[in-house]
Design a protein around this ligand. Structure first.
Ligand code: GSH
Length: 220
């Protein structure tokens, strides 16, 4: 019997770092999918999307009717459900380190790196909104703390937890791409030797180019 065709749909906002993490996982696995644009910051998020994601955030993946939200769950599912290079190490300690780095990035990195430094220094000016310098300053303080912890956790191998890219690289990479778009962010990353070398390697991967969101040139 011929297997039923697979439907794989990723809902998300083009400028979302979390959407990009899911897209990076799909790109690294070489999996084709359909994208549906949803802006979670708009006042009228469609009811059909809120039925998929009760918190109204992005992304959400729908695979043959199986609905999954939370980026960490999506990227781990993509890694397990599809063929392609493994994005999670087998060794318990390397896997624990990967999970730890993802947790640190979500809990202590996202807000200062993305929502404070990138949003206020890069995104908001690009869409004609005012920058709050105190958000940038607080973001730089928080970012320094997060990057110092991540510098300590990063392996001395090619990628964050070993010789091959893992979900930790994709999680942090999506955020560092935005953070280093701010001049202060790029200067700060240079002070962390391991992370700076890691980023020089990671940013050259085809998956990074394939998922680059670009920057808005008009108001969103
Ligand atoms: N814990 C969520 C976080 C996702 C998230 O915060 N996405 C942002 C965009 S990068 C969002 O939807 N923000 C909408 C809002 O804050 O209202 C996940 O891992 O998927």
């Amino acid at each position: 019997m011929t297997p039923a065709p697979t439907s794989l749909v990723l809902h998300g906002y083009r400028y979302s770092v979390y959407l990009r993490i899911a897209r990076l996982a799909l790109a690294e696995k070489g999996v084709a999918y359909e994208r549906v644009e949803v802006n979670p910051f708009s006042p009228d998020v469609p009811a059909a999307y809120l039925a998929l994601h009760p918190f109204g955030r992005v992304p959400t993946l729908v695979h043959d009717g199986f609905v999954l939200y939370e980026t960490g769950a999506i990227s781990r599912y993509v890694d397990r459900a599809f063929a392609g290079p493994a994005l999670q190490p087998d060794a318990p300690r390397a896997l624990a380190r990967m999970d730890q780095i993802i947790g640190v990035v979500d809990s202590y990195g996202y807000w200062p790196l993305v929502r404070q430094v990138f949003s206020h220094r890069v995104f908001r000016p690009a869409v004609g909104q005012p920058t709050n310098e105190s958000e940038v300053a607080h973001g730089l303080t928080g970012a320094a703390r997060a990057l110092a912890a991540l510098e300590d956790l990063a392996s001395s191998e090619t990628f964050l937890v070993g010789p091959a890219p893992s979900l930790a690289d994709l999680h942090l990479g999506a955020m560092i791409a935005y953070f280093t778009a701010a001049p202060e962010g790029a200067a700060m990353l240079d002070r962390y030797r391991r992370l700076a070398g890691w980023w020089d390697r990671l940013k050259m991967r085809p998956s990074m180019a394939a998922t680059a969101p670009g920057l808005p040139v008009t108001e969103v």
